[in-house]
Design a binder for this molecule. Structure first.
Ligand code: ADP
Ligand code: MG
Ligand code: MG
Length: 895
């Protein structure tokens, strides 16, 4: 019999696949001897079985019965028992935390009979009825799919009728009436009675939690976080403890360090006489942990001890959820906490300094995505600005955009290309789409642990919360704040590092981390000035990145076309140029010369035009090689189809027709039009481009190769150390490369003899067609290096037109799960990656010292870098500003 159930006392933190994060960590805390209410986990196997078959595995029923009996025996209570009822929570919990995305039902086991028993047991009637109404509310919403507003409105009515503002001001009789009203809602909305049988409640709640894995918002969240859809969630059944048992009870969340700054010391929110989500939902103002110490000193002491224990054990920042029941502490959840990008770097090096982790571990705990967040510009402190208000800094960054007051508007305006800042009283899980569409989020209510803050931090989205001076009028689509009225569409600016909110756009300046990356530590520390926090951050980044550089095996090159790009790339740490595109050398005023090459009637005319291009290109290359002195510089011969350099067919046809009509035909235009027509292709990406162009248009590649050779010779004469390499694009057959290389060797010899230097420039290929990858053994007989052009290789392997698919059907493909991420963003390791692997192996079998790199967009993508490291490439090449990210990720890949 397959086992689908495991008690907390049996598991541990390494079982996240099976138990989910929450279950595994509950088990770990139990093992550590921390006060966790007993319970058990229904494994993710059950969820996967449920997703496959649409019903629960039959063994599960039996195993749940056995586990519930163990619980009953341990606690001396019974599910549905009149005198000593056992109540449980039924909680979702997947491998990766998905805050607020899935469902949890509390107080399962209460019914018309056991509510009386609970009241007697606790000696508190109000509490029992409060728990019961919460059950019906959560159960109705989650299990029976009743609109949550129905319950919330009825609760508001009850408070209004009594003339009180807060839930806690309702007494037992009020709550008993509320229970009746809730039951009536259930009857009316679902057509059935609220189920009185505790086991039926439990079974239905389990199914509801399993189903919550596949809600739209959960799927959307997973797609964004790149969490696979087939992991499934576990279900944790936990005996209830009560934070709503009067003033010496309460519930809270806490971090072992400040998740926004990384500063050590505990930090959290506490709410007395409350249950479950009350803290996060922001229904009442929370207390700080220091204030909690005043009301519940003993529980506070236990909490601090537990948190220290957890931080030592996990050797990382942990967050916890806890409840105090009549002065006694209960731990309900822990996990290694999410954190902002600056906090991630600071915490990593702080833990190294505290001798809790090694530098390798520190490196593993930060990511390229976090580093790139730190490179975002900040608001210019010296600029004029109008401060509207100040909230809590929840997730750093500087966001400027049009204020919008609901998610649908945010999504609509963002789709139109506008930057928007989503402004809400508070966010809830349904706002996820709107948050994704926005450049920043601002809320009026909630603390650093509110939904908006948690989700924004996870997404790296700028966020300010709890700006309680905001007076938002959703109906009028405007808000009043600080004496101003801000209408929907008015531009505001929010600073997620300070919590400040400004009217209008505020200019931004380079972040200290990007100053560090471009100009070094001293420049960045000078910029930070007396700001210790920033100085500490810059030092952390420096330490971690230095360690990455010492650790990584992959070299990092940059894609740079001009001397200026090359300089920037070098300052950011590039160790070479992996791809210099030469197309730009045919643009601007040089177009005329390209036209003459195309229109030439004979070889002499064409050669004249090419000769005119030669000195121009030589200077371009010389400047590049000067900048990259001593470092490999891979120059790709012209790649795009020539017609891209000629006028547009339709426009030119109209021009010629109009001129003809007037009886003033321009012979040049007529000739050009004929050429454009001749060169027009139905499918230019698969047409006359790359090496094909070089072999068909005489003299074109020769011009470029000669320009490179002359530039190299000039540099050598000037005492430089040029390392130019010639890369041939779109090769499919070794014969193509043969022809180009023969030409190249001849030109090298000619130029070398003329200048009295020996030129030996490596000639290699860009592998961007499946055929090239599959015949790599042959190609390597001629090619001295390979560089994977993974953009085209992805395009040609999948048969996806890169320029069309993103808008056309990728959204659909991402929604229906055919793709989890665009293969143009992260390398498709199974298909395209397999070709890469084959080419590397077979290429090196022919030529053991073959140098192999990648120059597609993937060269700067963290996950792809991990793959390129694993298949043994020599370097990745990416855009200059991604270079630091690639350095970091290459270091992480190596540990
Ligand atoms: P989420 O994953 O959304 O945080 P949880 O399963 O952690 O959902 O539960 C939601 C809330 O209910 C949390 O505040 C948690 O502390 C509280 N809770 C869950 N189980 C119990 C329990 N057995 N006793 C008391 N409170 C509980
Ligand atoms: Mg929780
Ligand atoms: Mg290409």
């Amino acid at each position: 019999m397959a086992s689908y159930v495991q008690d907390f006392s049996e598991g541990g933190k390494d079982q996240k696949d099976l138990l989910g994060g929450k279950g595994a960590n509950l088990a770990e805390m139990t093992r550590l001897g921390l006060p966790v209410p007993p319970g058990f986990t229904i494994t993710t196997d059950a969820c996967r079985a449920y997703m496959r078959t649409g019903h629960l595995p039959p063994e599960l029923r039996v195993q749940v019965t056995m586990a519930v009996r163990r619980l009953e025996d341990a606690l001396g209570r019974g599910l549905g028992d009149f005198h000593e009822p056992l109540l449980v929570s039924v909680r979702s919990g997947a491998k990766f935390s998905m805050p607020g995305m899935m469902e949890t039902v509390l107080n399962v086991g209460l019914n018309d009979a056991s509510v009386i028993g609970l009241a007697e047991l606790a000696g508190d009637e109000r509490f029992a009825w409060d728990s019961y109404r919460r059950l019906i509310q959560m159960f109705g919403r989650t299990v029976l799919d009743i609109d949550g507003d129905r319950f919330a409105d009825t609760l508001d009515e009850a408070k209004a009728a009594k003339g009180v503002a807060q839930d806690v001001d309702l007494d037992a009789a009020d709550l008993r009436r509320l229970v009746e009203a809730y039951k009536e809602i259930v009857r009316a909305e679902s057509g059935r009675e609220f189920p009185q049988h505790p086991r039926e409640q439990l079974d239905l709640a389990i199914v509801a939690v399993l189903r919550s894995w596949n809600t739209d918002r959960a799927r959307l969240y997973r797609r964004r976080e790149r969490i696979p859809d087939d992991l499934g969630t576990a279900v944790n059944v936990v005996s209830m403890v009560f934070g709503n048992l009067g003033p010496t009870s309460g519930t809270g969340v806490a971090f072992t360090r400040d998740p926004a700054t990384g500063h050590s010391g505990d930090y959290g929110d506490y709410l007395a006489n409350a249950q479950g989500e009350d803290v996060v939902a922001g229904i009442r103002n929370t207390l700080s942990l220091a204030e909690m110490e005043q009301v519940s000193p003993q529980a506070y002491g236990e909490l601090r001890q537990a948190m220290r224990r957890l931080e030592t054990h996990y050797r990382d920042l942990c967050d916890v959820e806890f409840t105090v029941e009549r002065g006694k502490l209960w731990m309900l959840q822990t996990r290694v906490g999410k954190r902002t990008a600056p906090a991630a770097f600071r915490i990593a090096t702080q833990l190294v300094d505290e001798h809790l982790i090694t530098m390798d571990e520190a490196l593993a705990r930060v990511s390229g995505a976090q580093l790139s967040q730190l490179m975002f510009p900040r608001f210019d402190a010296g600029a004029e600005r109008t401060l509207l208000t100040r909230g809590m800094a929840a997730s750093p960054g500087a966001a400027v955009g049009a204020a919008v007051f609901d998610s649908a508007t945010a999504e609509a305006r963002a789709a139109g290309g506008e930057d928007v800042v989503l402004v809400r009283r508070e966010t809830n899980p349904d706002d996820l789409g709107g948050m994704i569409a926005s450049v920043g989020v601002l809320t009026a209510r909630g603390g650093k642990t509110s939904h908006a803050a948690v989700v924004a931090r996870g997404m790296g989205l700028t966020c300010v919360v709890g700006a309680d001076e905001l007076d938002i009028d959703l109906g009028a689509r405007s808000m009043k704040v600080g004496g101003h009225e801000v209408a929907e569409g008015d531009v505001i600016a929010i600073d997620g590092s300070t919590g400040e909110v400004y009217l209008g756009a505020v200019p931004v300046v380079a972040s200290p981390v990007s100053t560090y990356l471009a100009e070094g530590l001293d420049a960045a520390l000078a910029q930070a000035g007396p700001d210790q926090e920033t100085a500490e951050l810059v030092r952390s980044v420096h330490r971690v990145l230095t360690h990455a550089d010492e650790t990584r095996r992959l070299r990092v090159h940059a894609n740079a076309d001009t001397a200026e790009d090359a300089r920037r790339a070098r300052s950011l740490g590039a160790q070479g140029i992996g791809l210099c595109r030469t197309e730009h050398m045919f643009l601007g005023e040089r177009r005329v010369l390209v036209e003459r090459v195309v229109l030439a009637d004979d070889d002499a005319e064409r050669q004249a035009a090419l000769d005119a291009l030669l000195p121009l290109q030589r200077e371009d290359f010389a400047a590049l090689l000067t900048e990259m002195d001593g470092l490999p510089t891979t120059i790709r011969l012209i790649d795009p189809p020539l017609h891209e350099f000629l006028p547009d067919l339709t426009e030119l046809a109209v021009k010629v027709a109009v001129a003809a009509e007037r009886g003033e035909p321009d012979p040049h235009d007529v000739k050009l039009l004929a050429a454009v027509r001749r060169m027009h292709e139905a499918n230019p990406m698969l047409g006359l481009r790359g090496v094909r162009l070089g072999l068909v248009v005489p003299g074109l590649f020769a011009l470029q190769i000669r320009a490179v050779c002359e530039a190299a010779a000039d540099r050598i004469a000037a005492g430089g150390h040029p390392h130019a390499e010639i890369m041939v694009p779109l090769v499919g057959s070794v014969m193509e490369l043969h022809l180009v290389r023969d030409d190249a060797l001849r030109i090298m010899a000619e130029v070398g003899a003329g200048r009295g230097v020996e030129l030996d420039l490596p000639v290699g290929v860009m592998i961007e067609l499946p055929r090239a990858a599959l015949t790599a053994d042959r190609i390597a007989e001629i090619a001295q290096f390979f560089s994977f052009g993974t953009n085209d290789l992805t395009q040609t392997t999948w048969g996806f037109s890169r320029d069309d698919v993103e808008g056309a059907f990728f959204p659909e493909y991402l929604a229906n799960g055919v793709l989890t991420v665009s293969p143009f963003e992260t390398i498709d390791t199974k298909g395209v990656g397999r070709l890469v692997r084959i080419a590397v192996e077979e290429g090196r079998a022919t030529r053991p010292d073959l140098s192999v790199g990648v120059c597609g967009e993937h060269g700067g993508d963290p996950e792809s870098i991990r793959f390129f490291d694993a298949v043994g490439l020599d370097y990745v090449s990416c855009s200059p500003f991604r270079v630091p990210v690639a350095r970091l990720e290459a270091g992480r890949a190596a540990i």
